[in-house]
Ligand binder design. Structure first.
Ligand SMILES: [Mg+2]
Length: 314
């Protein structure tokens, strides 16, 4: 399953509600509560802060300009990395992959696949928290997610690139879409075929697409923490770039790191962003949100000076 989970959405609602004292007025929640509340016993999800975030993804030229620019700038960076045999985007691989063929590792949801239509559908119809799993299964089975602007061009460009030894760049997807066998089903991971179908519809097929798509739960030990799967890739490939929308797509342990540690890591690895670590915007959900809630801090800090967020000069 994607990071787009009921847990995260519930947290989003929690953030939105706890921010009521300081947040600007928001559009009133649509009516779903009236119909859904009895069945959900009050445990239904309302738009909260995700309403505006989803609208920004779907309606703003700014979002699309940002993703397409990010991807366009990643291509010359990848060309530079191909000529630097010591370079790796994976911190654990640093300096050890010089003889390996090149690869990039990409997340899928909100990196290659744009699920904002599912988010909009969820918000528009109002569902119980417990409805999320079948809702997400239904969405995945449709295999109809659009591409994040810029992603297709980046993937095609990467696949066409060669290292000095003439070896093509392999594009490997490490996704937290989860393998879950349906009750009575023979296929232990129908989500994988559905995801491959979606990628093929977007023109991203390759002879090794199935082999190059690593799902959560597909093998023992392949959990939400993606380092396990990056380690598998790093055995056979030099990872030139990591591409994702969540800190966990880049750094081991980042998904569960406290807010301050994440901020310190952002600065510690500032030279990697935009060069080896290619970050796409996702204002709707992510591990940042989960960590914020667990931090016990208020979601908004109106008095905090912006200069706080500048990284120390090296
Ligand atoms: Mg993602």
């Amino acid at each position: 399953m994607s990071n787009f989970t009921p847990h995260v959405l519930t947290l989003a609602l929690g953030i939105a509600l706890s921010a009521c004292a300081t947040a600007p007025p928001q559009a009133p929640a649509p009516a779903p509560a009236a119909a859904a509340a009895p069945a959900c016993a009050g445990d239904y999800m309302t738009p909260g802060g995700t309403l505006h975030a989803t609208a920004w993804m779907q309606r703003s030229a700014e979002y699309r300009a940002l993703t397409s620019t990010t991807y366009r700038q990643a291509i010359p960076a990848l060309a530079r990395l191909l000529t630097d045999a010591a370079a790796s985007a994976d911190l654990k691989q640093a300096g050890t992959g010089a003889t390996l063929p090149p690869a990039v590792v990409m997340d899928l949801d909100e990196t290659v696949l744009d699920n904002s239509a599912a988010q909009a559908r969820w918000l528009a119809t109002g569902r119980c928290t417990g409805d999320f799993e079948p809702f997400w299964d239904e969405w995945t089975a449709e295999a109809s997610a659009a591409a994040v602007p810029g992603a297709i061009g980046y993937i095609r460009s990467a696949r066409a690139m060669r290292d000095p030894a003439g070896r093509a760049v392999r594009v490997i997807f490490v996704t937290n879409r989860e393998c879950r066998a349906p009750a009575g089903g023979a296929d232990p991971c129908p989500q994988k075929q559905q995801t491959l179908d979606n990628l093929r519809k977007l023109g991203l097929d390759s002879p090794t697409l199935a082999q190059d798509t690593l799902m959560k739960g597909e093998q023992p030990g392949w959990g939400s923490e993606k380092q396990t799967r990056r380690d598998v890739v790093a055995r056979d490939y030099r990872i030139l770039q990591l591409v994702g929308d969540d800190f966990g797509d880049f750094l081991e342990g980042a998904r569960s790191s406290p807010v301050d540690e994440r901020e310190a890591a952002r600065c510690r690895y500032s030279a990697l962003w935009g060069e080896r670590w290619i970050l796409l915007p996702n204002p709707v959900y992510g591990s940042w949100q989960v960590r914020l809630v667990h931090s016990g801090r208020p979601p908004l800090e109106p008095g905090r000076p912006p200069v706080t967020f500048e990284c120390p000069q090296p």
